[in-house]
Design a binder for this molecule. Structure first.
Ligand code: ATP
Length: 224
């Protein structure tokens, strides 16, 4: 059984009386432990796809299964709980809280969503060491480089130990060398922690380095 299975998903936007059909019957299986890249032209719908896959947005039609669980059939509270337990997100912007340290930012989801205290700090510190920031735990976001801030965001996305990580242009704001460092970390997260990763990227070289490559075009997802 696939870890994630999307079935016949449709999603349109309506703006100023016009309808944009972004996802037009997308079906896709992602197996546990896969490392998948997704490319596609600007505006093709990659972010839309990732948001639907991550339950941040609901489609007009279609199904999402996580193992044998029918996710879109759940109520809102169940979907939110599913998302918190299952999916880590990294976006193009890091969205770190400026008044908190790197350590506090990474621990935040565990503090807020799981109401933990000590264990989350220990694991948050371990994750910051894993992303090479053991010496920056007390820095606030304004005291970090762009690449370092994105590494903190990656550590934060992992603190609840999600089985799935979705990354939307995680290197879009970074220079190529720093971006490659983030992709390397994503590969390590996939290999060492066994986390299933889907990475949307404009960088064709990085996309091609992933074991499985998808393309979003004309509302359809195909193997690239
Ligand atoms: N909230 C919205 N309301 C109306 N149209 C939207 C909305 N969000 C996205 N769109 C449109 O839907 C299409 C797909 O957008 P999406 O952000 O998913 O594309 P993308 O492939 O991620 O693009 P990019 O690579 O430029 O980030 C675009 O044409 C966009 O203008």
């Amino acid at each position: 059984m696939a870890l994630l299975s999307i079935r016949n998903v449709f999603k349109s936007y309506f703006l100023h009386g016009k309808r944009i059909d972004v996802l037009r019957g997308v079906s896709l299986d992602i197996e546990k432990g896969e490392m998948v890249s997704m490319i596609g032209a600007s505006g093709a719908g990659k972010s839309t796809f990732l948001h639907v896959l991550g339950t941040l947005d609901m489609p007009a039609a279609g199904e999402l299964f996580f193992e044998d669980r029918n996710v879109f059939a759940m109520n809102d509270a169940e979907i939110a709980d599913f998302r918190n337990r299952t999916i880590g997100f990294v976006f193009q912007s890091h969205y770190l809280l400026p008044e908190f340290t790197a350590l506090e930012n990474v621990a935040m989801p565990a503090l807020v969503q799981r109401r933990e205290r000590a264990p989350s700090y220990a694991y948050a510190r371990e994750l910051l060491e894993r992303v090479g920031l053991g010496a920056r735990v007390d820095h606030r976001p304004g005291e970090l480089s762009g690449g370092e801030a994105q590494r903190v965001a990656l550590a934060r996305a992992l603190v609840l130990k999600p089985p799935v990580l979705l990354a939307d242009e995680p290197t879009g704001n970074l220079d190529p060398v720093t971006g490659e460092g983030i992709h390397q970390l994503l590969r390590e997260v996939n290999r060492d922690l066994g986390i299933t990763c889907v990475v949307v990227t404009h960088n064709a070289t990085l996309a091609e380095s992933m074991p499985r490559r998808l393309r979003l075009n004309a509302g359809q997802v195909t193997e690239a």
